[in-house]
Design a protein around this ligand. Sequence first.
Ligand code: P1T
Length: 397
Amino acid sequence: MASSGEKHTVKKYKGFGTASIHCGMEFDPHTGAVMTPISLSTTFAQKSPGVKYPAEYEYSRSGNPTRDAMEENLAGLENADAAISFASGLAATAGIIHCLEPNSHVIVTDDVYGGTQRFFRRIATQYGHTFSFVDFTKEGALEEAFQENTRLVWAESPTNPTLKICDIAAVSEIAHRHGALCCVDNTFMTPYYQQPLVLGADIVMHSATKYLNGHSDVVMGIVATSNPDMIEKLRFNQNAVGAVPSPFDCYMMMRGLKTLHLRMRAHGANAGVIAKLLESHDKVDRVVYPGLESHPQHEIAKKQCHGFGGMVTFFIKGGLDGAKAFLENLKVFTLAESLGGVESLAEHPVIMTHASVPAEHRAVLGIDDSLIRLSVGTEDIEDLVQDISNALDAVQL
Ligand code: P1T
């Protein structure tokens, strides 16, 4: 696993950590302030109608200095020419779908986040788009799903919550061969562990609410791309629809990003220990973690990622009763939705994050009552191990 970013390629800087701290960050020329200020003004003075001051700002929905600095930082981290921010991950997803021509067909990883599925199935279809949900890990399945009007392949890797991994280079190549773009939801790995644009994808999308911010106090979405047509359309959409993040949230995001490399290393190290502990425990049926040799796509993960991330999924013995007993007895892990913060969280996808996915579809994906998802935080590993062990002890079989 890379510790100093030597395996990472980041525009402008050799090391990922240097990029997370410095990309887009310039001290304020007026005051010398080292940290980018929070620019709260909604409007900007003009010299004469239509003649702006050199910074070119006019209205904060259309452009904001704090947001610009944050977007430049994120573009650098994802090796993109531009990053365009939105008020949430789902707003970012909507922004990408808005760029498609009417009645487009999209091929989607079958196990995407429940809210993404809900948006595709219940909102985007109202505008004439159609979606095929496909298991990208199944040989030939993606190739077979293309239609004449397929314009986009939407991959989430690892998926939420079953942590399936697709070969991003191969998926991108297939998409391009069929004249479609490839978008990867990189929320779980972050650019620290996985850089989809370097692997061949055209667009990267993030729920920045998660690891990018890292402190569970901002809701935001990011799209990063070097495709000029997409940059133009996304920028237009950002202003025309107006689902923009606030300057305060952009400031918080930048603050979080400065420690992304440090946090991700700690998440990855802790998750690896927890995954092994669970795998050897007699109250656990099965563990899914990309870093375990037992993970079906472990070799792909080793090839395309710089590490294995902080998310661990496992199937507990005792069904729903077992899952409830475990979750009710955690003391350091908090039972809550979301993920990617420094604090450890545990959740039950069937009842919580994936309740909006139709039950028949959940059954096909293997999301059942015994599935528990852990977002392993950056606390001291001894405390996390103790907490998981105690909670497993409370499960009666
Ligand atoms: O919550 P929001 O910022 O709108 O992002 C949506 C989203 C998109 N993609 C992935 C992979 C996600 O995990 C999410 C949000 N997920 C949760 C809230 C969750 O607990 O899984």
